[in-house]
Write a protein that binds this ligand. Structure first.
Ligand code: SF4
Length: 304
């Protein structure tokens, strides 16, 4: 951690690359085993994949074409920029055989200026042979495998129809990290049934996983999701920005200081969000958080 109050991704990634890098989202047309019936159907109750994709990212175009479109979008501002292909939408290891996945990742890496991959997936959708391959790849280029963990509580995971338990996430993280692959995790705070106390119980558990990067999101109720129906039937509490700032500061105190924190908030298009409606951009939230932490003498890892 530099002189900042938490170990932020932007600072960390500048130590990994000698140049500026930007993630470009790719929708490679993957599906999700928690939607197509192979693990579950209906998907996670909070999920609306329409909120995943920025405008330049269209599965009707090839992976290379999406990356070129993303490059054109960002290169106007920073011509010297390099890129990470971010396989974000749905479950980006969910395809057979392995050769097919390799072709997709190779296609991304063949695009001029692409210096690495970030692959978002479920903890129950990786195999030993896939991780072996990614471990090999990670010796040549930057590779992050990012797992949706969402909660450390099996009752919550069942209630949101996640289709895997926390032990599954723990195993996948360990098997990924032991191959030398940069490993990321994603959690959501404020899931139904999880208040402040449960999130603060979760923090040291997540921190004990062998992850390098953590993304934290506030729960957002998105139109058209199963959770939106549940919320309409029986509204439950979603965090105000002030409550969430206090919670995140307390969460950060309880995770190890060397864990890189990539995000605190998710920003779905406002028209899609039912609750909570903060009207804050990510950087505005980060500023409020830093002010709060400074004022209260809080730093990441203080209570870890
Ligand atoms: S959140 Fe991920 S795993 Fe869950 S339904 Fe959506 S794409 Fe599938």
């Amino acid at each position: 951690m530099n002189n900042q109050l938490y170990n932020d991704y932007g600072t960390w990634i500048r130590t990994v690359f000698p140049y500026r890098v930007q993630k470009i989202s790719v929708d490679a047309g993957f599906s999700c085993p928690n939607r197509d019936g192979s693990i579950g159907s209906g998907g996670c109750t909070f999920c609306d994949n329409n909120t995943f994709n920025p405008p330049y990212c269209n599965p009707a175009h090839t992976i290379a074409a999406q990356l070129e479109a993303g490059k054109a979008f960002f290169a106007r501002k920073y011509p010297e920029m390099r890129y990470l292909a971010y396989f974000q939408a749905y479950t980006n290891t969910y395809a057979q055989p392995l050769e097919r996945l390799k072709r997709m990742y190779d296609e991304a890496l063949s695009v001029d200026g692409v210096v690495g991959l970030v692959i978002g997936t479920r903890p129950d959708c990786v195999t030993g042979s896939l991780l072996d391959y990614m471990g090999e790849l990670a010796r040549q280029v930057f590779v992050t495998v990012e797992y949706g963990i969402e909660s450390a509580n099996d009752a919550t995971l069942a209630a949101i129809n996640r289709g895997h338990d926390f032990e599954c996430a723990r195993r996948a993280v360990a098997e990924t990290a032991e191959r030398g692959i940069t490993t990321g995790a994603h959690v959501i705070l404020g899931l139904p049934g999880e208040g402040r106390e449960e999130s603060l119980r979760q923090a040291p558990i997540v921190s004990s996983l062998d992850i390098d990067v953590l993304k934290i999101h506030q729960l957002q109720i998105i139109k058209g999701t199963k959770m939106a129906e549940e919320y309409a039937r029986k509204p439950f509490h979603t965090y105000s920005a002030e409550e969430y700032i206090e919670l995140i500061a307390s969460y950060l105190q309880r995770i190890r200081a060397d864990l890189v924190v990539e995000r605190f908030t998710s920003q779905s298009p406002q028209g899609m969000v039912i609750a909570p409606k903060w009207g804050l951009k990510n950087h505005e939230f980060a500023n409020l958080l830093v002010n709060y932490m400074r004022k209260n003498g809080i730093r990441q890892g203080q209570l870890a």
